[in-house]
Design a binder for this molecule. Structure first.
Ligand code: HEC
Ligand code: HEC
Length: 277
């Protein structure tokens, strides 16, 4: 089955991205390398983006007061990666936040949102992960200094993506479950819950080698006067409307690989948000 879809992927590789996205492996590659940006956490990165040859083989530690997180190796290596995992085990890890041994996993991987990744898309992501080069790299266990829930909710099944023709709904799907833009761009309460009444208002702080960046207001109160092209430029190049360079951890280099149709859906969604100060 996997061999067949690989052959199909090679045969249509010369066609456009959207046509190539028709096989599960190509759809999975597209999602992982663009809007989902799994490598923004799971790949070693230097100033030029993911380090060649180490893609998805485990990311740098992410240290905050409440966790010391080590994004694991997602390549098919049997000992240190996902080679020994079944498809169902990987799907459950991504959408339900449960590791292979049943242990519940916590932030920063956005499990609350990943519950909404469509069945076809999560299976495509797994199909693609099976095809990347196996890399031997064992990462330490993540440590949580915070209570974790018993579960992130009941088992997930039967999730469908909205049609791309419904631009706002499809944009919301990309910005929520798949791309977690809303996670970074929505203020959180003292209890750590997203303040959905102020969806897109920004204000979250991200510390890292770059210093501290603060997510910006992306509601029409801030972007209302921007052209579509200016918004797409900020998302895909990290250059803001005034020409200034935007800081990580937003994965601009991943979003640069999005199709123009999908970027259009994101813009339509951004323009549909309630203005927030
Ligand atoms: C914000 C950072 C972040 C993003 C984005 C992210 N992950 Fe993770 N992921 C982690 C961390 C940290 C862990 C380890 C959690 C633990 O073990 O408690 C993890 C664990 C996993 C695991 C379990 C693997 C194992 O060996 O235990 C899988 C599978 C996984 N991620 C897949 C994905 C996929 C696929 C995506 C993209 C759709 C993704 N992750 C996006 C940080 C991230
Ligand atoms: C991991 C967190 C994170 C994710 C995910 C993220 N962003 Fe951002 N975003 C930021 C931060 C932080 C900044 C501000 C960086 C700075 O000020 O240097 C920013 C800046 C922006 C800007 C520029 C605004 C301006 O005034 O220049 C836009 C537009 C934007 N984000 C939209 C999005 C969209 C759409 C997505 C999803 C496709 C997204 N972001 C995903 C953290 C994130």
């Amino acid at each position: 089955m996997r061999g067949l879809s690989l052959v199909a992927g090679v045969m249509i590789a010369g066609l456009s991205m959207s046509a190539a996205a028709d096989t599960p492996v190509e759809r999975g590659r597209y999602l992982v390398e663009s809007i989902a940006g799994c490598g923004n956490c799971h790949s070693l990165q230097d100033a030029n983006g993911p380090v060649p040859g180490k893609e998805l083989a485990g990311g740098p530690p992410m240290k905050e007061a409440v966790f010391e997180a080590y994004p694991p190796n997602l390549t098919p290596d049997r000992e240190t990666g996902l080679g020994g995992w079944s498809d169902e085990e990987i799907v459950r890890a991504v959408r339900e936040g449960r590791s292979r041994d049943g242990r519940i996993m916590g932030p920063p991987m956005p499990f609350g949102l990943y519950r909404g990744i469509a069945d076809d898309d999560v299976k495509a992501i797994v199909a693609y992960l099976r095809t990347v080069k196996p890399v031997v790299n064992k990462v330490p266990a993540t440590v949580y200094r915070m209570p974790l829930p018993d579960s992130w909710g009941p088992p997930v099944a039967g999730v469908q993506a909205p049609a791309l023709s419904d631009l706002v709904a499809y944009g919301a799907y990309l910005a929520g479950p798949v791309g977690h833009c809303v996670e970074c761009h929505t203020p959180i309460s003292a209890k750590g819950e997203l303040q959905l009444a102020r969806l897109g208002a920004g204000t979250r702080e991200f510390a890292g080698p770059w210093g501290v960046s603060i997510s910006r207001n992306i509601t029409p109160a801030a972007l209302g006067d921007w052209t579509d092209a200016e918004i797409k430029q900020a998302i895909t190049t990290g250059v803001s409307r005034d020409g200034s360079r935007l800081m990580p951890p937003m994965g601009y280099g991943f979003y640069a690989k999005m199709t123009d149709e999908d970027l259009g859906a994101l813009v339509a969604w951004l323009r549909s948000l309630k203005s927030a100060d």
